[in-house]
Design a protein around this ligand. Structure first.
Ligand SMILES: [Zn+2]
Length: 372
């Protein structure tokens, strides 16, 4: 194992920070997996899974069973991790800019396309190598100005050469689910099975330039531009694994989840050994455009009728909102049939806020598909 430290821009003197990355497996390995935890710094199940994985990977490395390079960043967001306000950790948005830590990653499609246009050929592996190198060059050429920008760029630079990027998040209160692209679904479907994903939602571009998509969108864009003339695959495929809810920081769960990642890596031949038999997929993949946010029609006391992890029918009452002054009671109903997989942990709803998430089957949304 190799431990590296990457300094971030210091916002004010005396507050130096850096990012720590841990590297496992043979340096010359052909394939590379990148795993990070807690980019949204108040989503800590991923940090425990990353730490558990660190121990497991060190063992596998000692036994000579790692057939790939693995980079683990257990604390992907030291800036957000240090944001506490009145006994409440607030790690989703940067206090200084109010930016979501998982949005606005640098887009490098233009410089990469310009640099590779005259160099691509008939060899898909060589094209992948040329493109990867140029993505590295393009990211190296960007000069960050703020601590947040330097955090984003450092993470991007660490992950951009990986074949597979696993970004470990969680929801407020939720069952196992994940987000990836339709193109990456075949490679991550076995992971969804091992993990027991109860909702797997697919979108090529959900509109936020999030960490997972900042890699895949470059390859997608190059395939669109050059794919009719040159063979180009996906040099990086990424998945956002949602490790249930914020309170689900638990050794038994983290043990299961890190085992699922190891089983998936073994299935792909990234770890030497016989892969565990693939369990059935817990729930079919659906389009992210078919996912519904259920909103609070009024402000008031939020009382759920259901917990996440159940299939609901269109019109089924998921929660009710009570105004204790006027006695008005409004139902929050599923707008279509699907898997109710996540809910808010607030119990005083503000008018219009997101109350629950349903993975539906009828695609009807477009443009920006994510929560704020
Ligand atoms: Zn998150």
């Amino acid at each position: 194992m190799e431990h590296q430290q990457h300094p971030l821009i210091t916002p004010v003197p005396g507050t130096e920070r850096h990012l720590d990355s841990f590297h496992f497996g043979p340096e010359e390995a052909e394939r590379h997996v990148y795993v990070q935890g807690a980019l949204h710094a108040d989503e800590l199940p991923g940090m425990l899974v990353a730490w558990t994985l660190k121990q497991r990977l060190a063992e596998l490395e000692r036994e000579g069973l790692l057939a790939c390079r693995v980079t683990v960043v257990p604390i992907a967001n030291p800036i957000g991790l240090d944001q506490q306000l009145m006994d409440t950790p607030l790690g989703r948005y940067d206090f200084e800019s109010l930016n979501n830590f998982n949005r606005h990653y640098a887009g490098v499609i233009e410089p990469v396309a310009a640099a590779v246009a005259d160099r691509l050929g008939d060899d898909v592996a060589l094209n992948r190598e040329i493109i990867r190198a140029q993505i590295g060059t393009a990211l190296a050429a960007i000069a960050p100005h703020t601590a947040l920008e330097s955090l984003r760029l450092t993470l991007q630079r660490l992950a951009c050469q990986a074949d597979f990027v696993l970004d470990l998040h969680c929801d407020f209160n939720a069952v196992e689910h994940l987000y990836t692209t339709p193109a990456a679904w075949p490679v991550f479907e076995p992971l969804a099975r091992y993990y027991g994903s109860r909702a797997s939602m697919l979108a090529t571009d959900s509109g936020g330039q999030s960490f997972d998509e900042c890699f895949t969108l470059v390859w997608e864009g190059l395939r669109e531009r050059f794919g009719d003339r040159f063979p180009i695959d996906y040099g990086t495929q990424s998945v956002t694994l949602e490790l249930r809810g914020q309170q689900d920081v638990d050794h038994a769960l983290a043990g299961r989840d890190s085992q699922a990642i190891i089983d998936w890596m073994t299935h792909l031949g990234l770890i030497t050994g016989a892969p565990r038999e693939l369990p059935a997929l817990a729930y079919p993949a659906t389009d992210l455009a078919a996912m519904d946010f259920l909103h609070a029609p009024i402000g008031g006391l939020l009382v759920f009728h259901l917990a996440p992890g159940v299939e609901v029918e269109a019109g089924q009452v998921v929660a009710e909102i009570i105004d204790p002054i006027t006695d008005r009671v409004e139902a929050v109903r599923a707008t279509q049939a699907g898997m109710f997989y996540a809910r808010s942990q607030r119990r005083m709803a503000t008018a219009g806020m997101i109350v629950a998430d349903i993975a539906g089957h009828h695609s009807h949304r477009s443009g920006y598909l994510l929560a704020p």
